[in-house]
Design a protein around this ligand. Structure first.
Ligand code: HPA
Length: 247
């Protein structure tokens, strides 16, 4: 039984983890984003997988989410802590802040998003009312509290298709729908974990104001990278703290 960390933009490497080996796992769905790193952190053996690949080369809509989750399950993973960069939609989601979302709205399309298809014995519909695992959400929140790193408890993550950023009108629509943050990778990752009986929670790192949220300013990857560089230091501390206290 392992805990895995899935890193997003700004977290393709997990400093602080002592790497032991890289495990290549092949799956019925093809290749995962890379070999899975088996390492040690906070006195525990953990697994790490950067969803965009170790060189950050795989675009959000081209990530093989099914292979990633399948490979982690093959390696006996029962818990996933995911980290992902997002744009801030609501006023509290200022760049640099950390949010532990509790809901998702999925706007992605055309991504293979289930394991339950094809020649099935019976059709399976998983419950997804509460997409994130509450205990793992609390692990993030408690680690933040212990380290005095502020975290926003709850929020709705709007998953968009990308790889382009949204239009200002799309962001207005997401806000009307109730989204607080927007990102491109939260789905189908979360539901595939649920289908695999793997507990899953996500830590969102706000890298920028979403389109149209800071007047005429455009969304720039350079600005996002700059913000993430700073915030990921906190994220690494949070992950270290959790690993020291998880059994
Ligand atoms: N939109 C979608 N995904 C993102 C954004 C954004 O503004 N920022 C970081 N990931």
């Amino acid at each position: 039984m392992y805990l895995a960390i899935i890193g997003g933009t700004g977290l393709s490497q997990l400093d602080g983890m002592e790497e032991m080996r890289h495990q290549v796992v092949s799956t019925p769905y093809g290749e995962p984003s890379g070999p899975i790193t088996v390492g040690r952190m906070g006195g525990q053996e953990i697994l790490f997988l950067p969803r965009h690949g170790y060189n950050h080369r795989i675009a959000p809509h081209e990530i093989n989410y099914r292979a990633n989750i399948w490979a982690l399950r093959e390696m006996q993973v029962t818990k996933i802590l995911a980290v992902s960069a997002v744009g801030g939609i609501s006023a509290t989601m200022t760049p640099g802040s950390l949010c532990v979302p509790d809901q998702i709205i999925d706007y992605t399309w055309g991504r293979p998003s289930t394991f339950f298809e094809g020649d099935l014995e019976s059709v399976t519909h998983v419950d997804f009312s509460y997409p994130y695992d509450e205990q793992l959400r609390n692990a993030f929140l408690q680690a933040g509290a212990a380290l005095s790193i502020p975290m926003i408890d709850g929020g709705t993550y709007g998953a968009t298709q990308g790889p382009r950023f949204e239009t200002a009108a799309e962001i207005r629509r997401l806000e009307q729908d109730g989204c607080h943050v927007v990102g491109m990778t939260g789905m189908p990752e979360a539901v595939l974990a649920r289908e695999s009986d793997i507990r899953y929670a996500s830590l969102n790192v706000v890298g920028n104001w979403a389109a149209g949220r800071s007047g005429p300013r455009l969304v720039s990857m350079a600005e996002i990278s700059q913000t993430l560089r700073v915030s990921m230091k906190d994220v690494r501390r949070v992950l270290g703290q959790i690993l020291q206290h998880q059994e």
